[in-house]
Design a protein around this ligand. Sequence first.
Ligand SMILES: [Ca+2]
Length: 495
Amino acid sequence: MLVILPRFRSSWLAGVVTLVCLPAVSATPQLSSLAQSGQSAQPVQGSDGDVAVTNRPPNILLIITDQQHADMMSCAGNMHLKTPAMDRLATEGIRFANAYVTNPVCVPSRISMATGVMAGRLGVLNNGVRAHVPSEVNQNSLGKLIKSAGYDTFYGGKVHMCPELNPLDAGYDEYFRDQREALPVACIEFLSRKRDRPFFAVASFINPHDICFAYSAYKGKSPRGKSSVEDLYQQALNLPPEQLPPLPDNFRIPELEPDAIDLYSKATAVTPAGTMRKVYDERQWRIYRWIYCRLTERVDQHIGQILDALKRAGLEEETLIVFTSDHGDMDACHRLASKGRFYEQSVRVPLLMRYKGTIIPGKVAEHLVSSGLDILPTLCSYAGVDVPGSLLGKSLRSIAEGRLVETWREYVVTENHTGRMLRSKQFKYCVYRDGEFRESLVDMQKDPGEMQNLVAVPEYRNVLNRHQRYLQQWIALSGDADAGLFAVHVDSTRD
Ligand SMILES: [Ca+2]
């Protein structure tokens, strides 16, 4: 009996050259231990015609949408849209309900997902800034790490990071540019190929990002190539009110909202959130929400095409799928549109994982997750490749596979050029660089809509102090010297 011994936390290519002759009775315990470890045990034909076993890691399919907040899925309880493909992943896999981006705009969020590093430490706290990517980060980017484990690699769709992380320079064998209708076709063609090694495919869709052009449609200025949003806007104008989503429960602007929310709203932006706050009436906000739902349904259809093809190809059982988005959209909450805020709709994203037979189906995990920090170590764990010890992220694999996780992090941090957000299990604390009123503290269990700022409530003084102290810890841990310049002094005499 020819058995190829499993070598966990090493590359699959290294593992397959370790050939040992064992008695036939050894095959069963090998298979059993492989199954328990979560590795994909697959019989292969040995050179002597006998059956051998490898611990070939799973194929990995990473699907990313753009500007989709965590509640924009029917499986998350949203009654105003239908997302059967995303729901399918949630039913057949795990949904992380508290996944936060490292920064609620494209470039830094995507750089984090591609490197496992807070993009601010690479000099990127906003779009439009060039990253300084040191070689140790560049050499350990997601594509290069997975490639080093012996995978065939493909990147399709939106990139929007920095030149060093352009797919063909970042470990991907192939790069397909279209980020809309043609992307599922290219992705399906890649994953359906006959191959003798696992694949890693990234399908990075632009939508529902086109919601950014809803204001242009409202103003009668349809940007070229974005006519679908204009069409949706015209459809919505003709709908009876009962067919539009209602206003969100947290439509109102909080009384004690920090100054920075309006301070950083540019009137010249494609989505001028500050202007929309003033000029949009309730019907316009409901139309905005309706268009956002339809754009999300469109990208769900594209994802469904890929999932169907994976099933047709017989690859469902041996493919890990991770689905997320780069940030959310305010979706009319607090009379806001677009992203870049520390409100939930901007920072909390979908995060689904499916690996049939290994990941627990139908589970919802409440653990605090950082999509930008945690996805890279998670995928590397499945690929069997080590990650740099300096990374702050954690693999989600143990949680996804239902193993006992005794300790988890106490908080996650989201950053941008305006300030920092620190989310603990119960509270969210934000501090901003500018403005007279710079802080907020919200009890996320009692007030999930973030309507009441508790920062000045005496009963919460110790809670506030604890979160200010968490942020000081984070500044030291992550080397976030920038936040050290505006983070609030901690009262060391308090709890
Ligand atoms: Ca984006």
